[in-house]
Design a protein around this ligand. Sequence first.
Ligand SMILES: *Cc1c(COP(=O)(O)O)cnc(C)c1O
Length: 418
Amino acid sequence: MKEPFIDDPSLQVILKDIPTPFYLYDERGIRTAVRRLRSAFAWNPGFREYYAVKAAPTPGILQILKEEGCGCDCATETELLLAERCGFGSEDIVFSSNDTPASAYRKALETGAYINLDDISHIDMLDEIVDEWPKTVLLRYNPGGIFALGESKEGFQVMDTPEESKFGMTEAQIHAAVEALQKRGVECFGLHAFLASNTLSDEYYPVLAEKLFELAVRMHIKHGCPIPCIDLSGGIGIPYRPEQRENNIEAIGEGVRRAYEKILVPAGLTDTAIWTELGRYITGPHGALITRVIHRKETYRTYIGTDSGSQDLLRPAMYGAYHHITVMGKEKDPCDGLYDVTGSLCENNDKLAVQRPLPSPAVGDVLFIHDAGAHGHSMGFQYNGQLRCAEYLYCCDGSVRLLRRRETPDDLFATLVW
Ligand SMILES: *Cc1c(COP(=O)(O)O)cnc(C)c1O
């Protein structure tokens, strides 16, 4: 069973002052996730998590992560501006962009972020922008083909198709990029790859690490360059469904350590730092969308109309993603039917759940929509004149703090020319 991080009586207290819908984040859960990750990689002195800003671009959350020692991973100029305003300095930012506009590179160079190059053709573009090339550059690798692991009767545990992915460079391009950059004075190289998303397998990181470590050794031998960091990027998943098993982060850290000892150490690469850019794993389970049932409509199906919808949580409509729903106060009641949980957009895929067994949701009931703490609010939009909802932090001491207010019509109209 999946349990909300806040019980019904405590949530009802909050609801006296705060109108639905809103996001609620659990400070304790976020801090615990980072600490467990760091302890799983404590064997690597240079280890650092660079939180993927796009997962929850909210200063109140980024500041918690900063306090816990994380850096951040930005992909756009705006994310760089946000990171800078949150106090992240040059050593604290990895800029992992793709299809990058010149203005974003300009900003990245100004902040001193580590540049993670998505493509060899960007070198010429950067030549026009840099005064002096940084000493260290990261290169994003795409091995092509199909990435699959953990085959069982039900299929593969993890399966993705790097060949169809727009990200990263081939190995030949990586070698050519190293040579081109060495001519420009770059001395040290990092490697990065993101081959599968939301993985529920303790093998994903270790298998990815082996691929990157082997490539690092080939680069080191061929070009004589130091490899100060290898960035395993994001991709560690969370159990969205109640029957799914949680990743074992200690086993993941240990698996990467074994690959490090087997591949990097014998090649003399003994002080390469392991970096991660996790988003979902760090904040996903520790954020929820809190919404209230405002209608119950019976036609060919029963529709539970909420005061929220896809504009606040797009993942179900976009990928058919499952987000578990707890009807607060009815946690122990039996499910009495199948329900489509909807919003008010004029689009029929505006559903937070489809044919979901629930314990008789009634008008006025509050729904706790689980695992919305990453790629949740940040994917929100304003279609149909929807105003994006507020975000609050459920602090370790039980108090509640506003992180982002609800949008107003004036916010929406601010860019219009009348
Ligand atoms: C989205 C993204 C991440 C974070 O992915 P999660 O699935 O949240 O772990 C990390 N790095 C890059 C480059 C990304 O695009």
